[in-house]
Design a protein around this ligand. Sequence first.
Ligand code: GLN
Ligand code: ZN
Length: 765
Amino acid sequence: MPTLATVLGHPRIGIARELKKSLEAYWGGATPAESLLATAQEIRTRHWSMMKEAGLDQIPCNDFSLYDHMLDMAVTVGAIPPRFRKIADPLNRYFAMARGVQDRGAGIDLSPLEMTKWFDTNYHYIVPELSADQAFVLDPARIAAELAEAQALGITPRPVLPGPVTFLKLSKFADDVPSGKDTLSLLPRLLPVYEELLALLSGHGVTCVQIDEPCLCFDLDPALEEAYRVALSQLGRAARRPSLLVAAYFGTIGDNLRLVTGSGCEALHLDLVRAPADLDAVLTALPAGMKLSLGVVDGRNVWRADLAEAHRMVRRAVTALGSERVMVATSCSLLHVPVDLDAEKRLDPELKSWMAFAAQKVAEVRLLADAAEQDEPQGAEFEQAGAALARRRTAATVTNPAVRRRAEQVTDAMTRRGASFGERSARQKLRFGLPLLPTTTIGSFPQSREVREARSKWRSGSLDGEGYQDFLRAEIRRCIEMQEKLGLDVLVHGEFERTDMVEYFGEQLEGFAFTQNGWVQSYGSRCVKPPVLYGDVSRPRQMTVQWSGYAQSLSKRPVKGMLTGPVTILQWSFVRNDQPRSETCRQIALALRDEVADLEQAGVAMIQVDEPAIREGLPLRRRDWGGYLDWAVGAFRLATAGVSDETQIHTHMCYSEFGDILPSIVAMDADVLSIESSRSRMEPLEHFRQHGYPNDVGPGIYDIHSPRIPTVEEMAALLELAARVLPVERLWVNPDCGLKTRGWPEIESSLANMVQAAAKLRSTY
Ligand code: GLN
Ligand code: ZN
């Protein structure tokens, strides 16, 4: 049997974001459920047909989702939290779990399930919510229907299931369950439902099922290890089941390999893009009957594969195992890349020849499988790929000698502020003369329809550059006046000139390119279009100084300059794979360092450098954390430490669980750090206290993710809680995050209440 070609999953949103549009039309009441379901089926059919035509041997099914695959699995195993059970219609119930429902008139207010980042990606999954005595019941309706659809197209579908251990590990207990209970303790109840599902799929003619277990790439504590031992061997022993492909990805499987090789499952998938060294280990450890799926085509990035290198790996595997035991695959699901590079009409043709989206990656996988028997791969495709790679390696557009020289000359001193925080803080207090508990916001103000319209008119040419600039200046003026009227102590310009906090900087820096249709799902109907960082990064001109400088000229109060940090720009872009991420990050940091210097020069005395993505970049393995945090923190410091002691550096992170990385947050040495904390009722601050976090902190007291207007009393109460944990002199008062998704009337009321809450507390000291 020849080597098979396959992928672990396909993007769902559609080339023209059809799913997004259809979902939003349905949610908005504009179209009935039937049209949503029809669109979803069309998308699935189109993708299956594409993969079939491209010649894939095993084609994923059940990887599609109307919202999220973890939510789908929760529904499949009957993990519906009680508050949703009274919703009879399955589709309404499903979306209620994803998004919540609020109908004040009818007195209905169901909060949605939590959402959080999927491993180290920018995709958010829905966190299944389990009760203490959770029972699981199989609901196979959706899987069975999709399977039938796929089979009707004449393909060999391979259903994809989040594996039982990863499912439980990523779930949480409902708030009323006493803490200390491990979700993995529910495994004995969950496994029979998986067995039942496998038997059912087998009955429907399925020959292979993909069990996604990315948690196999974590360091396993004893409980997790035991869960894997039990789960994999129990599924391996199941009486009536298709063959099982256990998929580990996003990192190295390392020692956890033995948990799969000893399980009786028929096949193992490894991510050889992230962990190429796993190949040797697996080739010696794989038991005789087991097949190996080689994840050699990167599912996380947009670069054309190094086919020669991938082919060498395939050859090594085929030589050791025989072609019939080898499959060629993408490293992970293609969920994380855009659909089709052919849809890009404006990319520079040379750059485009270096790239591959999902459709191109499917073709690469096929090509590699076809060449598995050849010692030297033949054919035009291999030659073209090799030539493109060679051109990319030496392209003048990629390398900028001045940037390289500068990056090499970075010294330690450049990453250190002049004085210690204590001294800086004293000088800054004198300079700014702020009251106790100074009030501020995180940066953005509403991106209203007018703002978006003006930008699109300017982009399409119906508004000229000057007209657009006038418009932005008027918005900034209005925003500054409003903040002064509200009585905020430290102002912001409002970020009206930005669609997105990464795109805005990418567009102005050298080394970035932009796609027209390069959409990737972020969560539900939300998509992002990450910039493509392909070359050395430099800053040809100032990026924000004119806006921040203008804003500062309008007010006597300090106005914060506002930049996106180097790690966040890196993390939310498709970045080059021809040099370490740390190197790319350092280049971005140097470009930002110049912008920081120019802002300071222009009289902007407080500069905020947002780093909301630092935590999500953490590698899966703890032993890699130190290395990552070192360069990530180093990049932030390189970007910010060039200023005088009197200039105040702020940073912002929109989450609240810092856990073990708090020492690195300390090491960033920002003068002021704002975080999200209103929902968690200031809990994270206790951590800050225990770790002796030394600098100023602004715990968010206004939850901007909800349209609710918080009262003076509740915000004052939160501040009081905070002041009990940290010295009041080191506290700031601010919302959880930027206000760009909110409306003007509601933020006016909320911020007025926030300022009053601060005043109320001040009067008690
Ligand atoms: N300054 C940004 C804003 O206010 C920060 C956004 C973020 O943290 N994601 O929108
Ligand atoms: Zn934020």
